[in-house]
Design a binder for this molecule. Structure first.
Ligand SMILES: CC(C)(COP(=O)(O)OP(=O)(O)OC[C@H]1O[C@@H](n2cnc3c(N)ncnc32)[C@H](O)[C@@H]1OP(=O)(O)O)[C@@H](O)C(=O)NCCC(=O)NCCS
Length: 282
């Protein structure tokens, strides 16, 4: 095990994500880029460690809030789940239901499942995509005016720590591609809606993150149009599938309307008090 030393290590963590990606995977390479870089100066807040074998990363752990661990362990090295848990000593872990080796390790380590809001993992084939049609008065285009793009994000996710500088940091991160960062622009130049897709060219799967429509422009068809425009651009890169992980009922309904269907869900595990290695409680 060794501690994270900087963005070159993030690339190694992403390589493990890409090498092991499947519908059982909690992470897409875009998640790591977006979550690490959407805000400036956050990396020192997050204890992060990597486990390597034969010159490649086989597990990583990331304490992204006190006691709250994100981890990825190569399913070929399931014994490392216990090592990551011993390093992090978390109180809470969110895991995808398909990551059986992680769940087994959590239960063996004295964690039990608790009720908590869950992210639903949805996927859509890119074989048949409806046309992207902008509502009258709006134009669909890849990101142009970064300040207007950031203003859209800050309005959708108010209060937000995303700034123009932090967004430029995102744009510089692998595997960001500006031609997959789409906007719906009003006549006055306001970015009313946006959809950023992160490509994974090895697995031919793109991840939508983030997506948003400014509140006063909702239910006009802008979210649908901007996502479809980005999905067409994703298909042009050779991708065959898109994934997205909504948590709210509104967002789930929006993606279902766009043709996405569920394939997995997150579960939350907490450390059992005074009980080690007991059976999983549902
Ligand atoms: C989810 C969101 C992007 C939808 O954007 P939008 O521009 O309003 O969506 P559209 O107008 O294109 O909606 C297309 C269809 O999606 C569905 N839909 C959209 N918003 C919905 C809602 N709040 N409740 C239920 N269904 C909804 C409807 O079927 C809608 O068609 P209809 O208006 O003809 O009924 C927007 O509400 C938003 O930015 N929310 C906050 C941020 C967010 O949750 N982003 C997604 C995170 S993964």
């Amino acid at each position: 095990m060794r501690p994270y030393t900087g963005p070159a290590d993030l690339r190694l963590m992403q390589e493990l994500v890409q090498r092991t990606w499947s519908h059982r995977s909690q992470w897409h390479i875009g998640d790591l880029a977006w979550q690490r870089f959407q805000h400036l100066g956050r990396e020192p807040e997050w204890p992060t460690a990597l486990w390597e074998r034969d010159g490649r990363v086989v597990a990583w752990g990331w304490l992204h809030a006190p006691g709250s661990l994100s981890l990825l362990v190569d399913p070929e090295a399931p014994e490392l789940v216990a090592e990551v848990l011993a390093w992090a000593d978390p109180s809470e872990v969110e895991v995808l239901d398909g990551a059986e080796h992680v769940i087994t390790g959590l239960v063996a380590g004295g964690f039990h499942r608790v009720d908590a809001p869950s992210f639903q993992y949805l996927a859509r084939s890119l074989v048949e995509l409806p046309a992207a049609v902008a509502p009258p008065g709006f134009t669909l285009a890849p990101v142009g005016d970064v300040a207007a793009r950031v203003a859209c994000h800050r309005s959708v996710w108010h209060p937000s720590r995303v700034t123009e500088d932090s967004y430029r940091q995102v744009m510089a991160a692998w595997p960001y591609r500006a031609e997959l960062d789409w906007t719906a622009v009003a006549a006055d130049g306001t970015v009313a809606a946006q959809c950023l897709i992160w490509p994974d060219e090895v697995n031919r799967v793109g991840e939508l993150e983030p997506v948003g429509t400014v509140a006063r422009y909702r239910r006009l068809g802008l979210g649908r149009a901007v996502c479809l425009a980005a999905l067409h651009a994703l298909r042009d890169t050779g991708a065959v599938e898109a994934v997205v992980y909504p948590i709210t009922d509104e967002a789930k309904a929006f993606y279902r309307d766009l043709g996405f269907r569920g394939y997995a869900e997150t579960r939350t595990y907490r450390k059992s008090s005074g009980e080690q290695g007991g059976p999983e409680r549902e």
